[in-house]
Write a protein that binds this ligand. Sequence first.
Ligand code: NAP
Length: 243
Amino acid sequence: MFNHSSKTALVTGASRGIGKTISMMLAANGIKVIGVATSEESLKSIQNIDNIIPFCCDISNEKSVEQLYNFSKEHFDSIDILVNNAGIHMDNILLRMKTDEWQKVLDVNLNGPFYLTRILLKDMIKSKSGRIINISSISGTDGNKGQSNYSASKGGLLAFTKSLAKEVGRRNITVNCIAPGVIETDMIAHLTDTVKKNYLDRIPLKKFGKPEDIGKMILFLSSDEASYITGQTFYIDGGISLN
Ligand code: NAP
C-alpha cells in the first residue's frame, strides 16, 4: 500500500485489540516488530507470527522498559517505528476516584510512553530517522464523564506529541498522534447496550471503528509518503468529535 524505508518497529499493547492488529499489519508489510504486553500468557496471541517477536514488559515500570530496550538491542541496531499504543482505563467520577486509580492510569498511559520514547530516541537520533506514533483518544481533547484520569493521560499524550515533534524535527524524526473514537476491542466490551446506543446516535458514520481503521493510519504515518507530517493528531472516530 505504502513504501517503507523503516524496517523495525516496537508496538506496545500488542497482545490484543488495536495493538495486535497494528503489529500484524506492520509485520505483513515486511517490518520486523517487537510486540509488547504484560504477560507471557497474553503474548501467546502473537506467538509464531512471521516478523513478530513478543516480549513481556510493564511499560509503567522504568526498569522493565530498560529490559525491553536491552532486548531490542539484541535483535536490532535501532527501532525505526515506535507505536505507543498500550493503555488502560479505571473509570470513576472524580469524587470517588482513588489515588491508586488516578496513579495507575497515568503510569501506564503517560509515564510508559515517556520512559519508552526517551530510551529509544537516542538511537533514532543517531540513525537520523524515526517515526513515533502515540495512540491517544477523543477523550484527550473532549473529556469524558467518569474518565478524568484517562482523559488527562490522553490529553497529556497529545501535548507530549507536539512538544517532542518540535524538539526532534531537525533530526528527521516525526512524532504524531492518533485519537481513536469508539473501536471494537476488549476496552469497550464492558459498555452496556444503552451506552453503546448513545454513542452510535452521536457517531455520524453510525458504526464503531475496527482496529484495522487505526492500523491503516499507522501504515501511512510510518511510510515514506508521510515524511513531511509531524506534530499532528488524526481523529479516527467516525466523526464523533464533530459533535
Ligand atoms: P485493549 O484491547 O484493552 O488492549 C490493551 C493492551 O495494552 C493489551 O495488549 C495489554 O496487554 C496492554 N497493556 C496494558 N497495560 C500495559 C502495561 N502496563 N505494559 C504493557 N502493556 C500493557 O485496548 P485497545 O482497545 O486495543 O486500546 C489500545 C489503545 O487505544 C489504548 O491506548 C486505548 O486507550 C486507545 N483507545 C482505544 C479506544 C477503543 O475504543 N478501543 C478508543 C480510544 C483510544 P495485556 O494483554 O498483557 O493486558
